[in-house]
Write a protein that binds this ligand. Sequence first.
Ligand SMILES: Nc1nc2c(c(=O)[nH]1)N[C@H]1C(S)=C(S)[C@@H](COP(=O)(O)OP(=O)(O)OC[C@H]3O[C@@H](n4cnc5c(=O)[nH]c(N)nc54)[C@H](O)[C@@H]3O)O[C@H]1N2
Ligand SMILES: Nc1nc2c(c(=O)[nH]1)N[C@H]1C(S)=C(S)[C@@H](COP(=O)(O)OP(=O)(O)OC[C@H]3O[C@@H](n4cnc5c(=O)[nH]c(N)nc54)[C@H](O)[C@@H]3O)O[C@H]1N2
Ligand code: SF4
Ligand SMILES: [Mo]
Length: 741
Amino acid sequence: MRTAHRTCPLCDAVCGLRLTLDDAGHVTSVKGDPDDPFSKGYICPKGASLGHVDEDPDRLSVPMVRGEDDEWHEVTWDEAFEAVERGLKRVTDDHGRDAVALYLGNPTFHTMGGILYRGALGQTLGTRNIYSASTIDQMPKQVACGYMYGNPMAIAVPDLDRTDYLLILGANPVESNGSLCAAPDFPGRLKALRKRGGKLVVVDPRRTRTAALADEHLFVRPGTDAFLLFGIVHTLLAEDLATIGVEAEGLEEIRRLAEGFAPHIVAPVCGVPAEDIMRLARELAAARTAAVYSRIGACTVEFGTAAQWLVDVINVLTGNLDRPGGVMFTRPATVDLLRPTEPYSTGHWHSRVRGLPESLGELPVATLADEIETPGEGQVRALVAVAGNPVLSAPGGPRLERALQDLDFMVCVDPYLNETTRHAHVILPPPRILQMPHYDFLLLTVTVRNYTRFSPPIHPLEPGQLSEAEIMARLALIASGQGAGADPAAFDEMMLAQVLGGATQAPGSPFEGMDVAEVRASLEGASGPELMLDAFLKLGSYGLSLADLLENPHGIDLGALSPRLAELLCTASGKVELAPPRLVEEAARLRERVTAPAPEMVLIGRRQLRSLNSWLHNVPTLAGGTNRCTLQMHPDDVTRLGLGEQAIVRSASGELVVPVEPTDTIMPGVVSLPHGWGHAGTPQRVAAAQAGVNANALTDESVVDVPSGNAVFNGVPVTVSPVVPADLDLERLSVTSSAPA
Ligand SMILES: Nc1nc2c(c(=O)[nH]1)N[C@H]1C(S)=C(S)[C@@H](COP(=O)(O)OP(=O)(O)OC[C@H]3O[C@@H](n4cnc5c(=O)[nH]c(N)nc54)[C@H](O)[C@@H]3O)O[C@H]1N2
Ligand SMILES: Nc1nc2c(c(=O)[nH]1)N[C@H]1C(S)=C(S)[C@@H](COP(=O)(O)OP(=O)(O)OC[C@H]3O[C@@H](n4cnc5c(=O)[nH]c(N)nc54)[C@H](O)[C@@H]3O)O[C@H]1N2
Ligand code: SF4
Ligand SMILES: [Mo]
């Protein structure tokens, strides 16, 4: 028996875990690490199942190649990379570099192999067709921050442990454990807020478990938060309640814009009574400190960027930006990823077919299928997909799945044969979770306290097995023309030389004026990613090193957040821009919508505590119970529409037969279906036994949030009708994500 400590890599909450392993190395128990100064022993059911996730017998352990016979064959790593080189070279030789697309899924933000090498892989591929989970998630937030602060990384988090008033819109952290706000034991922190006399208000079309914890819950019509937020802005300004504590431009412009969004005008649109909107504004202004926090439900919507902008406009107008108890910026232990390099702008290039703008070097996932299907110069003919399952997670998933089947070549870096990877020609599996070192470069830039923790691998790699970093480096070497056999360690050295070259030249850097080779020789770490982490820690604000983190296996508390807006602003004015021109245009589009008729029924999503997007459904300890793919619907709607146990849901892009779950926790006129289900044709045995349906068969990839190109998952117009026997024609209904390959 032995004990090991480790940060949970599954969601955004960065909980410290204490694992017990038997002599054979099997995990016998997973508990919260009571000595972690940040998570203090908290754990959720997913973290408690980490051993099962790690040891899932359906995970791939060796590279796979799909043969002419369509059967999967185990191959050696060298054979796999040779197949990748042949496949990619054929496409780039014949069609150029833009013919290869890259898709980077959500776990590339969590793993060291993902975060450290995703940029290098994109650069070496030299394609404009880079896509990631960002444009099906938080891009609206980043675009809003890009325009307001000149810095798309300047994402303020609610100062959860000190705030007196928290307004949450479109997030359910009691089940998601938070996002763009890393806070282990989010539920406990919300309870503590109320216990110290603070107030929690939740705005959501469902009475979620977070809403159940709150002082107040308000139903909002899906997709209309921007109207509600503008109503709050209107009240703050009309009643002279604003107290701006930072230097800001554009107040008069905001005042002018807000005139068109008086509470009595927006109330019929968003469904929140005008008196409640005015009261929220007055309460936010009167609170000693307050924070407005918003995620997926007000981000992956048609006016996502506008909503995210208005969230921070309110935080500024109430004097809460960058002050304790308000919303604040984290100071990470590593080289400061929040610091701006140049003022933000988008549209350095546009997508070929729909002309959607690039943002942060990527194009919207919502247009990937267009780029694959539409002939012409620059048509995508190959895909490199890392840690993503866009068939289940992208809007219009079944169409994208059909498009994938037309590609000349596809390679996936993924531990599973799933709905997406089964269309690949080569699958390169990363090691098991406990074989990988772990450091949350990105999540540790949005923690509600400054904090750091590193987890070395618990198990070594098998002889001949590749780390995820080595897989990524070898792909980058192939992309840069150095061949399938090139040494990944040389690639790491090149990346290190680049980092150190810059740092030795940078004025004020801890390495300024030093010799690159000398600094390189002083770095410590058991692998490329660890050496990079050591360098990044030494370049960070706290002067830490990897050795310090190894000496503190439970993590290091680096203190409460402190004001730092001035370091992060990168606007031309040097001030916060309350009314950037691009967002003023959004206000005009919003204004036009005030009188538009609302759809009778709309679809939204939801997350489930024991699920994680598309990939934890194969873990027996997490399956079953409430973790089911059902259509939640108000009982009055169920009765009115005469529905039985199942119903047909139709949207502009697809139709599904789904089990109906009547519940009065959802507002009438709204139905909710979780995403990540629809496990058709996967050899994952547990997941296949409880397949569910693909919610993204109903979402429409032709509709996006205009400034960011982000997908729209919430507020999708649908109709719901009873299942009559003639409808059960399985040929016609896409009851599964699509036909098997
Ligand atoms: N258990 C679990 N945890 C997860 C994940 C998971 O899949 N499962 N995924 C992780 C990921 S990738 C992310 S990005 C985060 C997301 O974290 P959250 O954003 O907290 O997650 P959701 O549960 O999707 O919460 C969105 C809420 O918005 C509501 N909503 C829908 N439409 C609207 C609307 O128009 N307006 C408003 N105001 N509300 C609306 C929904 O009812 C839902 O309660 O969670 C992370 N954590
Ligand atoms: N309708 C609807 N759709 C949504 C959402 C919604 O709320 N509603 N939410 C969106 C959001 S916020 C997100 S983030 C996306 C997620 O979209 P994706 O990132 O495309 O989907 P995931 O389900 O997270 O898939 C993760 C993949 O990574 C693999 N994986 C797991 N661990 C590792 C690892 O260590 N290394 C590698 N290489 N691979 C690994 C898994 O096997 C799986 O194939 O979904 C989006 N889709
Ligand atoms: S809340 Fe997230 S980080 Fe914490 S144990 Fe659960 S899955 Fe892991
Ligand atoms: Mo996400």
